[in-house]
Design a protein around this ligand. Sequence first.
Ligand code: BGC
Length: 456
Amino acid sequence: MKKGTKLPKKITYSSYLLSLIKSFDVSADDIERFRENFHNEMKLGLCDRPSSLKMLPAFIDRPTGREKGRYSALDLGGTNFRIIQVRLDGCGGAREEHVGRFVIPSVVRHGTGKQMFNFIAMSVLKFANSHNIKFTDGKKLGFTFSFPMKQTSIVSGILVNWTKDFSASGVVNKDVVALLADSFKRCGMKELKVAAIANDTVGTYAAGALKDRNCDVGIIFGTGTNACYREKIANIKKLRGHNKNAHMIINIEWGNFDKFPANNYDARLDKETNNPGKQKLEKIVSGLYLGEITRLVLTDLIKHRFMFSGGKARFPKGSFTTRHMSLIESDHTRDLIKIKAYLEEQGIMNTNIAERNLLREISTMVSTRAARISAAAISSVVTWMDHELKFHHSIAIDGSLYERHPGFGKTITRVLKDLHGSKSSKITLKRSKDGSGMGVAIIAAVASDAAGTRGA
Ligand code: BGC
């Protein structure tokens, strides 16, 4: 599906802009179709039929709030590998005691699986030594693995495919818990065992649900994007042998949804990525890609001599990121001096206010489309669970885009209001800072309780 991609024969500044705006527009009708298609794909995914939504059972339901003790989580999914130690007070309270951050070098993300898991094990060893932590009870460790994985239990996860900026070899179709255990052994920590593995959305959900019984969705808007929600087991047709009256969290993997219109810039970006044809929604919504889409638009405007006197200015690939968009869109000074300073840093001098304004408009156009599509996805999930919005739904959200990009959350709230009117008050978006790591420590507690062991 392509959208507004035909440019008028004679390209004038205004006709060019009009066609650009049209190609990034997400109308109410687009959202309606988006929701219908989304529901359809959810249904297919739950039955194990071909669908762009994988709908992966997470083998966990909501925490009771009575989880207690000290648990740790290993968090793999972005450029930083994190280790978090959490203290649960047994009354719904959770406190981060220690956090360790290790930048994963690109050669490790794109090397072999063995190198990557050794890197994780070595980081755990450093963290344990520097905080004098003894991981002697294997039942205290959670593993946040922020990629699509097929689970058959809470302690196994088979990687379906890598996403974002990861491609370590020899990991797809393997159980990552087993690969991690091998690395622990190689690094002399054979006593270390993972009690639970979960996607970052599932962790975010668990952190939200610990205190809030209405929390039934967890979302990440960060480098990548995805959501999970609480489903009745009776609806998970592909799952056999479980109590049909109970619930289970489903990792939707909505980043891969592809039944919505995309434009020429999306197609160009998709071709450049290491996973062309996949993660279509993620590529128009998440932090890893928004900067690049904006850069492609800017490069065209410069090429057509509509900006920066044409030709002189350059934005080479990789030079423009979503962080730059956040800076640009947060400039509310009269003369747009933050944008001016940013452009001068790039060697683009003597810009006029109209050009700086256009830069801000372009960036806003790309991020607004991302927020509108995000709202469409949220509305799809909530109306799937509760068609008439009869109940309250708290949605726990983590991720740098939601936390830092100006106006992103507000636009989502506004679109939900447009879509659902007064019933939108039934949907509460709640920031769950570091929920993804914290939540998987909580899930490790739930799993340990079920296995009859408790944290120290
Ligand atoms: C992955 C998801 C993950 C999301 C947010 C996506 O690329 O496929 O599993 O939840 O990023 O980190």
